[in-house]
Design a protein around this ligand. Sequence first.
Ligand code: FES
Length: 166
Amino acid sequence: MLREDLNLCGTKHGCELGECGACAVLLDAQPVLSCLVLGVDCAGAAVTTVEGLAGDGRLHPLQDTFADLGAAQCGYCTPGFLVTAKALLDEHPQPTRDQIREALSGNLCRCTGYQQIFEAVEAAVERSASQASASLSRLRSPGAHASFGEARRSADGAKAAGERRS
Ligand code: FES
């Protein structure tokens, strides 16, 4: 259904036995093997495929680090790893290597030897933290305060003008 009816081809067609992880998607934020789930059983649930990881025109940090660190080679397994890793980071923002290994143990990769995949997940944790820190710094910068102050003055001025008109 995902690939042929909805044209969401990121999710891969793998073993059809629930053994390879290539078809993993998130069902209400929990990783599931889509080959074992009937579409009719997903009524009312949120299904997130790899296409849903990017947002606001930007890749998810996991997508960036998988590409940067060679964690995707032939790429067939990559969508399943990405959605499963996202579920892990949503639940454990600072996972240990053992937690990463355990969470991804149902996803098979024939190319990478797994080391690059584990390193990419760890790098995504660091990248997410530095992006959050940079966003916080921008909000705390004097320029940001000036902008907020100007916006506030502008809003106060508009309110005063509106009150004067009425
Ligand atoms: Fe080829 Fe994982 S990158 S199977």
